[in-house]
Design a protein around this ligand. Structure first.
Ligand code: PLP
Length: 384
């Protein structure tokens, strides 16, 4: 009998060691890990640069509090503001906390309450972020949700126009819906968001928790489009495995988040900050990001080529190294069969196989993944 709350259906794989794109389990099986700890290990397992930075910090001090001056937080924040064009950073420990901060700031800065999000979105598991999430399944059994969230179908301009009003504080979106099945936003929808935000004084919050930190081949996925967010939220890849999140906002929002308005004991912890600084110095390099785009194009093109005539494949979608293969069949049996073949992948919703390789992966590994996925998916017949 486990002593853990059974909140996860855990896989029957216990990691022993992991390095780069590879994970070896306690029973000695070696896996190509294209889950990256759910989009966290953008530089792969046990990255040496991050490890050295963390070890250096561990040898000095581990934690103080945010009452102390902190030049390392400042330096890491400026890497984020320089790459995003935004003005200020609030450090926290997770994606949900980053979104929680964004929701609080948007309400305080605008003096309004309503937040519009999209159906099939995912924004976290705290009370506000669960309410923000446009999926009923995450809310079941938790009673009355935090009020004043409205949901519109993703990319539905007419629904957006109908939903915005004088009480709308913010519109919160993902550029690629990750948990919702790897769906990309359309420029037309972003144009409508921009028009509405200008008309009603609405803040645009972009949740970059899964898409940020180089995952799509730009520092942040919004940079593939014409849109200027007021706030972005990041976490996952930010610390390459150490827990850290951040809410990043325009300069003019700073006056609404003064002393005493918001906080976090562990937010911006020196060890996590050391990991984030080292990670960002690698990921935000132009050459590194160009390679992400090249690898992403190679992977999606090869998947298209290999799976185009397979009956159970419905659609292949992606951006950079964030790729979804939508099937007519359930994804879970395919995920389990890929595990037997030594490949770790994720699902996104019931029918989508989701690939989130480390951004440092190489062609040999990509080819291995393509070969195994083709073999497993090609062996399946449609299940009605
Ligand atoms: C887009 C998005 N937002 C928010 C979250 C929540 O992040 P965390 O699990 O770190 O709280 C996730 C996690 O999967 C996510 O994908």
């Amino acid at each position: 009998m486990s002593s853990l709350f059974p909140t996860y259906d855990s896989w029957q794989i216990e990691p022993d060691v992991a390095k780069g794109s590879w994970l070896t389990s306690k029973d000695g099986t070696k896996y190509l890990d294209y889950t990256s700890g759910i989009g966290v290990l953008n530089l792969g397992h046990c990255n040496e640069t991050v490890k050295t930075a963390v070890e250096k910090q561990l040898a000095t001090f581990w934690h103080t509090s945010n009452m102390f001056e902190n030049s390392k937080q400042e330096k890491t924040a400026s890497l984020i503001t320089n790459a995003s064009g935004l003005g200020h950073v609030f450090f926290c420990n997770s994606g949900a906390e980053a979104n929680e901060a964004a929701i609080k700031l948007a309400r305080k800065a605008t003096g309004k309450n309503k937040i519009i999000t999209c159906t099939q979105s995912f924004h976290g598991r705290t009370f506000a972020t669960m309410a923000a999430t446009g999926q009923e399944k995450v809310k079941v059994g938790f009673g009355k949700m935090l009020e004043e969230f409205a949901y519109i179908p993703f990319n539905d301009v007419a629904a957006l126009v109908n939903s915005v009003d004088a009480n709308t504080a913010a519109i919160m979106i993902e550029i690629v819906q990750g948990e919702g099945g790897i769906h990309k936003i359309e420029q037309e929808f972003l144009d409508a968001i921009k028009t509405a935000s200008e008309k009603f004084g609405i803040l645009v919050i972009i949740d970059e928790i899964q898409t940020g930190i180089g995952r799509t081949g730009k520092p942040f996925a919004f940079q593939h489009y014409q849109i200027e967010p007021d706030i972005i939220t990041i976490a996952k890849g930010l610390g390459n495995g150490l827990p850290i999140g951040a809410m990043v906002g325009k300069k003019e929002l700073a006056k609404h988040f003064g002393p005493g308005s918001h906080g976090s004991t562990f937010g911006g912890n020196p060890v996590s900050i050391a990991a984030a600084e080292a990670t960002l110095q690698v990921v935000f390099e132009d050459d590194f990001l160009l390679e992400v785009i090249e690898k992403g194009n190679y992977l999606i093109n090869q998947i298209h080529e290999n799976l185009k005539d397979i009956e159970i494949v419905k659609e292949i979608r992606g951006m950079g190294l964030m790729i979804g293969i939508e099937l007519v069949n359930a994804g879970q049996p395919i995920l389990l069969e890929l595990q037997k073949q030594g490949i770790l992948v994720l699902t996104a919703g019931p029918n989508v196989i989701r690939l989130l390789p480390p951004l440092t992966t190489n062609k040999t590994e990509l080819d291995l993944c393509i070969e195994k996925i083709t073999k497993v998916i090609a062996s399946k017949q449609p299940v009605s």
